[in-house]
Design a protein around this ligand. Sequence first.
Ligand code: 13P
Ligand code: SF4
Length: 307
Amino acid sequence: MDIVNEILRIKKEKKAIILAHNYQRPEVQDIADYVGDSIELSRKAMEEKDAEIIVFAAVDFMAESAAILNPDKKVLLPSLGARCPMAQMLTVEEIKRWRTLYPLVPLVLYVNTLAAAKAYCDICCTSANAVEVIESIEAETVLFGPDRNLAEYVQEKTGKTIIPIPERGFCPTHLLFHPEDVHVLRAQHPDALLMVHPECTAEMRRIADFVGSTSQMCKYASSSPAKSFIVATEEGLLHRLKKDNPDKHFYIAYEGAVCPNMKLNTLERIYISLKEEKHAVKVPDPIASKARKALERMFEIKNPVGT
Ligand code: 13P
Ligand code: SF4
């Protein structure tokens, strides 16, 4: 059996589409109808009016957001275990504790959170629009979770007081990047520009030529006259960067920068998921309707440059 042809056949038969995050395996990106960052995938899920099934090749919180925004569609997560560890770091109990400490302070949550957490926030953001979302809020002090590095980045950019909740939420993959490795790579490729995801540490962001979401990095690399780039985000993005820019060179800032959860979605699992329609992601009310409001508020904010 040719698994790629089988996936394409069943997809057509069932009126399904495959959305894949930029960190997916190359062969998964290549069969997807659309590859993008977290906000682009959410938007795409809403635009695909004719699709009856959305296979979401990514991690739990992204598929949950698609299910929340498309209650009449079946959203499938090919691997039940594809869960973002950062999203697990912010529990509802923790949110309630901080809300009691700061009852008048608005709460902004990164989309990398579970639906139950989103239901308690005022507005969501992604790495592509976090600065614009915080700027859209009148308050000068904001509770923000769960990524402490993104919270610090937003504080630097907006000048507002950002209280990170929990105190030390992080992405294990993005913490693997260190300036020492970049210094070696820069010595080998002196013309290369450094692109850094805001989930990286302040030390990494400080030496960056560009800080942005995964798709913003793609746009930066395509529009830049530079021919080579050092990339500080999950290694899956290099497939798309190289495909979109065959004349340019891309070097990962640390070779072990893999998100094992994202990589659980293999072609075999996508095939089984489509064929047997598993695992369907369902978010019950009232969590779904509360989380939907927080996501919709985010979509009302003007699109930041590059998204
Ligand atoms: P992007 O929205 O930049 O694609 O990031 C998602 C993510 O999980 C980063 O680790
Ligand atoms: Fe979560 Fe980090 Fe993986 Fe993104 S790369 S899904 S933030 S663990």
